[in-house]
Design a protein around this ligand. Structure first.
Ligand SMILES: Cc1cc2nc3c(=O)[nH]c(=O)nc-3n(C[C@H](O)[C@H](O)[C@H](O)COP(=O)(O)OP(=O)(O)OC[C@H]3O[C@@H](n4cnc5c(N)ncnc54)[C@H](O)[C@@H]3O)c2cc1C
Length: 296
């Protein structure tokens, strides 16, 4: 591993000052579970590493003014175990609980999972399905970016080198909404997703109609994909098997997976449709709407 200078700021302002200016190649480290692998494999070679793991106001989960706010340096264990997250955004708790194994979740952070921008990252589909917004800060400015617009390619985000992701805010879902996170890996733990994703739906049960649908798939394209055509095919329509199966076909047609060591592209397409149907069925069941599928 190449040598680097290690800085450990204790405040956000200090971290932003270290990041400011482009005179040397700098990299932020949070839990280190992605970046240490990249350093050891010589995939990156920064001159300066800035460790943000001790900055207290980048940690914690709060519910206020209709939003759930999560600090970027909050660990995946804290998120998976949070009563606030489990109550308001259970799909995010499920996604966080599905990452790696206990040791990885104890160190790995939500900010690291998002900023590493892997197409297979498990918290990203849940966050996008929940309409999450990222707060990104530099010495000069603070800006908010819809999370689904943050990803520009494999491992690439729209966060500039002098900026930090500080918070993720999630609008509190309404009463008559529910969601489901899904992940298919080769094993139950320590497995990168072959396909993952999340749905978050709102319904008018009395009228038997979908009022809102978010469909997000991961590991099937260079970035996590929101499948708007599938969403539009359901919003305002009756809740029935036919409509859900039509939407599943759209999901299969809109994704562009690759074949790799984990699975073939064809397998990823087929399984995506099935996982989507299961997730819709699960979400509807939580809302007391029965469209049971044999075998789901
Ligand atoms: C054995 C193993 C199993 C794994 N299993 C899974 C899995 O099942 N699912 C999954 O999704 N991931 C998995 N991962 C990947 C990793 O653990 C997660 O992505 C984790 O959430 C990364 O968080 P971190 O805090 O460790 O990130 P770090 O390694 O500290 O950082 C990751 C990247 O994000 C940047 N960064 C971090 N925080 C910020 C910030 N606040 N602002 C700007 N940039 C920032 C860093 O510069 C770096 O580029 C696994 C990793 C290992 C080693």
């Amino acid at each position: 591993m190449a040598k680097f200078k290690y800085l450990k700021p204790s405040t956000l302002q200090e971290a932003l000052c270290f990041l400011n200016g482009n005179e040397s190649d700098k990299k932020v480290i949070s839990g280190g579970t992605d970046i240490m692998v990249q350093l050891r494999n010589n995939k990156i070679d920064p001159e300066i590493i800035i460790d943000i793991s001790e900055i207290e106001n980048l940690k914690g989960i709060h519910s206020r003014d209709g939003f759930i706010t999560i600090g970027a340096a909050t660990t995946l264990t804290e998120i998976a175990e949070s009563d606030i997250v489990k109550r308001y955004c259970p799909i995010l708790a499920q996604a966080a609980a599905s990452v790696g194994a206990t040791q990885i979740r104890n160190r790995g952070t939500i900010g690291g999972n998002v900023c590493n921008a892997s197409p297979a990252a498990d918290t990203i589909p849940a966050l996008v399905a929940l309409g999450a917004v990222a707060t990104v800060v530099s010495v000069e400015q603070e800006r908010e970016v819809l999370l689904e617009e943050l990803f520009v390619g494999v491992g690439k985000t729209a966060i500039n080198s002098n900026e930090l992701l500080t918070f993720i805010s999630i609008p509190q879902p309404t009463e008559n909404s529910a969601g489901s996170f899904f992940k298919l890996g080769k094993r139950k733990a320590q497995a990168i997703s072959i396909v993952n994703g999340a749905v978050q739906i709102g319904v008018n049960a009395a009228e038997g109609k979908f009022t809102d649908v978010h469909v997000v798939m991961g590991s099937v394209a260079p970035t996590v994909l929101r499948i708007r055509e599938a969403e539009e095919s359901l919003i305002g329509r009756s809740i029935n098997r036919q409509n859900i199966e039509n939407a599943a076909e759209i999901v299969k047609n809109k994704i562009s997976p690759i074949s790799d060591v984990r699975a073939t592209a064809d397998y990823r397409k087929d399984v995506s449709g099935n996982l989507f149907i299961e997730a819709m069925s699960d979400s509807l069941e939580q809302l007391g709407v029965d469209v049971s599928y044999p075998g789901c």
